[in-house]
Design a protein around this ligand. Structure first.
Ligand code: COA
Length: 253
């Protein structure tokens, strides 16, 4: 339980494996993901990394209980280490997304080269509903990808959107039947792994070059604001409400 690592030739599959909690991510899981990416970046035998979950759920995002009990205090917190790793990872990242992709489950896709989604995929960016702010440089990358008003709708209202809408926004390359998504993503990853490595790495580096510093700066600012907001009353109310299975009451906040 945690983060599964599967190797298929030069492709490394990192799998969210915590199905009883809908693959919600805890600090140890973020640390594991960050370590795996750091190792994969340095490992000559790894050319592509695939993120996968279960056919029924990609990930429910941050584990809300874990965040409430152990809020990330500084930039070395595992969640922020993971976000920096995905933003700076030099090799291609591929995602196979089925079922709910909540919070970081959606924002991490903004750092992937190829994203394949099941018809059952559901994307949601609930940061405002939780009394915090978005992360993973999504406040920069989503408006750039989808246009300002579409990004604002997703980030401010925090409502669920479908695989088709994600495809139309440019967040997803292709929508497939759920039982075909991971196989297709793995096959695409194998195609990338068979290309000349230096060309792939330089192409990715050049595509990311103009935005790199801005992404890092945005992520740092979001991280500082997110950490502060986590300790404030709106987030505490939202998180407690989730735990207690009731609607949050923000009327006084
Ligand atoms: N953190 C902690 N626990 C979570 C969780 C999360 N992010 N997401 C789900 N769980 C827990 C639920 O509390 C539930 O626990 P229980 O069995 O003790 O009641 C269990 O996982 C199953 O979740 P449930 O809500 O019953 O499944 P579902 O299929 O009806 O809905 C989701 C799945 C992902 C849509 C829903 O769980 C959800 O919205 N989760 C919260 C996501 C969220 O706000 N994440 C934070 C992003 S910053």
């Amino acid at each position: 339980m945690g983060i599964g690592r599967e190797r298929e030739g030069a492709v490394l599959v990192l799998r969210f494996e915590r199905l009883d909690r809908k693959n919600a991510l805890t600090a140890p899981m973020y640390a594991d993901l960050a370590d795996a990416l750091e190792e994969a970046a340095a490992d000559d035998g790894t050319r592509v990394v695939v993120f996968a979950g279960d056919p029924s759920v990609f990930t429910a995002g941050n584990d809300l209980g874990d965040f409430l009990a152990n809020p990330p205090h500084d930039e070395d917190a595992p969640v922020f280490r993971f976000l920096r790793e995905i933003a700076s990872f030099p090799k291609p990242l591929v995602a196979a997304v089925c079922g709910p992709a909540v919070g970081v489950g959606t924002t991490l896709l903004l750092h992937c080269e190829l994203v394949y989604a099941g018809e059952n995929a559901q994307f949601i960016l609930p940061f405002v509903n939780l009394g915090v702010c978005p992360e993973a440089a999504s406040t920069l990358l989503l408006p750039a990808l989808a246009g300002y008003v579409r990004a604002a709708e997703k980030l401010l209202l925090g409502e669920l959107f479908s695989a088709l809408e994600a495809y139309e926004m440019g967040l997803v390359n292709r929508v497939l039947p759920p039982d075909e998504v991971e196989g297709f993503a793995r096959a695409q990853a194998q195609k990338l792994a068979a290309k000349p490595l230096a060309s792939v790495l330089e192409t990715k580096r050049l595509m990311k070059r103009a935005q790199g510093a801005l992404v890092a700066e945005t992520m740092a600012e979001e991280g500082a604001v997110f950490s502060r907001m986590l300790t404030e009353p709106a987030a505490r109310e939202a998180f407690m409400a989730f735990m207690q299975k009731r609607k949050p009451d923000f009327s006084q906040l």
